[in-house]
Design a protein around this ligand. Structure first.
Ligand code: PHE
Length: 509
């Protein structure tokens, strides 16, 4: 390596001359490189060195010109010295060939009393000879790179003839273990060394306890996945079962109709929902597993009836319900489609008392909406969803559960606001006060599923179901201080952002 070469060069140079000044011995090598090589040698006690900071004076172009041709005032004097009659300003300019030199030079020459004016207004020399000290100074600086008089140097700098520059050099001396070559050091004690006995005379490299380990470039979980795993943990410790979310495409039946979303609902517009063009249509709802012998046809008819005519004490929406509309394939707009499917399966189960047993389900996965993409919206995001089915649940129970659930995420002091979902009644939006933003922010949506939905499935009247949903992105952005969702998800995400995001956050905000 070049540093190795330089270290050897330093040793060779020191052998003939010690102490050695680096700026003299290696004038063209940058001081950082010299220092690197010196540190290597000094760590082995092969050299000692001290750092010398000094200012170097360098001529500016005008200073160079003066060093070569003399000062402006001297040139003016020189031109006049031989002209016995004196010269007019034009003649002087012609003789010197530089108007600027004449302009500055004659002023200074007058002040030095080197020249005077004749009665007819011409310039003439006022002395036999002069001493051009400025030229001498420039020449000294040129050869020594310094000026003995600090005040004069400052004056020359002000006149823009000279500038100074900080130079770092090193005064190098032989160290206690000076040698012409860097000795080989053993890094490991090997079996061979023990067998041959060479370990007795070997020099071992010392441990460097300050060395940083090599960067292992480990894989890293995306912050969304980190928050997702925290949430899964909360669900599991509260006795929830994870729903399978491997179907991104659902039929309108599961995504909307089963949830009592009328077929005219704006959420079902193409502007809001992505429809699949190939294949366009789903089959009739059915169990995926051959052991699932549930009567999906009766369920389908119940859904149709409850929308069209009303049933289970509901007057329904009273519109002609379309089976074709229900079979349209969509990218699921919420994971509540899966909850509907799971609740239908629950309705088929028989517990010890012959009735569907209480259940707690959750899922965290991707959903799709036809949104205009901006700083806070993407066309796809992740939804956290939970449902609790049990007998005689109340709205107060839902609120208490929310306090516990969000409390485990560090979100407290919840506020509730009446809301509307076609599938829940009552419905409540959940808010929490965000200290950073200084205002209430919506963190989720919730409600108790409607009888129209649950009874169509065959669930008993006294079985009530809580449901709630929130986005995974909202808490992740708050926890990781991200203001633009595109920094979190999509093609603009910086891979370093993932690597550098902490795996463990000690705050719970
Ligand atoms: N599906 C709702 C949403 O997308 C969330 C929700 C789930 C609300 C269950 C109530 C019950 O916002």
């Amino acid at each position: 390596t070049p540093a190795g070469d330089l270290a050897t060069q330093i040793l060779l140079a020191l052998d003939t001359e010690s102490p050695l000044l680096s700026s003299a011995a290696f004038p063209t090598i940058p001081s950082t490189e010299v220092k690197g090589a010196l540190d290597r040698l000094a760590s082995r006690d092969m050299v000692k060195y001290e750092t010398i900071d000094r200012e170097e004076a360098i001529l500016e172009p005008e200073g160079e010109q003066i060093a070569a041709n003399g000062s402006h005032e001297a040139r003016v004097f020189e031109a006049l010295r031989t002209a016995v009659e004196g010269l007019t300003i034009q003649e002087l300019e012609e003789a010197i060939g530089d108007k600027n030199v004449v302009k500055i030079g004659q002023g200074r020459a007058f002040r030095e009393k080197w020249i005077s004016k004749t009665t007819d207004g011409k310039f003439k020399a006022a002395k036999e000879s002069i001493k051009d000290t400025t030229k001498e100074q420039m020449q000294t600086i040129q050869s020594t790179k310094s000026h003995p008089d600090a005040k004069m140097l400052a004056d020359l700098k002000k006149r823009k003839l000279v500038r100074t520059q900080k130079i770092i050099s090193f005064n190098i001396q032989k160290g206690d273990k000076f040698a012409l070559k860097i000795p080989e050091v053993a890094t490991d004690l090997t079996a061979d060394m023990i067998a041959s006995g060479s370990w007795k005379s070997a020099t071992f490299k010392g441990y460097n306890f300050k060395a940083l380990g090599a960067d292992q470039q480990p894989g890293a979980l995306h912050p969304l996945n980190k928050v997702r795993s925290e949430l899964r943990q909360i669900f599991f410790e509260m006795g929830f079962q994870e729903m399978s979310t491997d179907k991104f495409v659902e039929s309108g039946f599961w995504n909307f109709d089963a949830l009592f979303v009328p077929q005219q609902h704006p959420a079902r517009d193409m502007q809001d929902t992505f429809y699949v063009s190939d294949p366009k249509e789903a089959e009739m709802p059915r169990g995926e597993d051959p052991s699932d012998t549930a009567d999906y046809k009766t369920y389908w008819d119940n859904v149709k009836d409850v929308h069209q005519e009303g049933k289970y004490g509901s007057i329904g929406y009273r519109y002609p319900w379309s089976g074709d509309e229900s079979k349209k394939l969509v990218l699921r707009t919420h994971t509540t489609a899966i909850s509907a499917n799971m609740l239908y399966k629950l309705a088929q189960q028989k517990g010890p008392d012959g009735r569907p047993p209480p259940a707690r389900y959750f899922s965290i996965d991707r959903v799709f909406r036809n949104e205009t993409v901006d700083a806070t919206h993407l066309a796809e995001f992740h939804q956290v969803e939970g449902v609790i089915a049990d007998y005689n649940l109340t709205l107060g129970g839902l609120m208490e559960f929310m306090d516990i659930f969000f409390g485990k995420m560090g979100i407290t002091d919840l506020k509730y606001k009446c809301a509307y979902n076609p599938y829940t009644e009552p419905s409540m939006e959940i808010f929490s006060y965000h200290k950073g933003l200084g205002k209430l922010v919506e963190i989720g949506n919730s409600g108790m599923f409607r009888a129209e939905m649950l009874e169509s499935m065959g669930l008993p009247k006294d079985m009530r179901v809580f449901g709630w949903g929130l986005s995974l992105e909202r808490p992740t952005m708050i926890k990781y201080g991200i203001s633009n969702i595109r920094e979190l998800l999509g093609h603009k995400v910086d891979l370093n952002f993932m690597r550098n995001s902490p795996a463990v956050r000690l705050d719970k905000e």
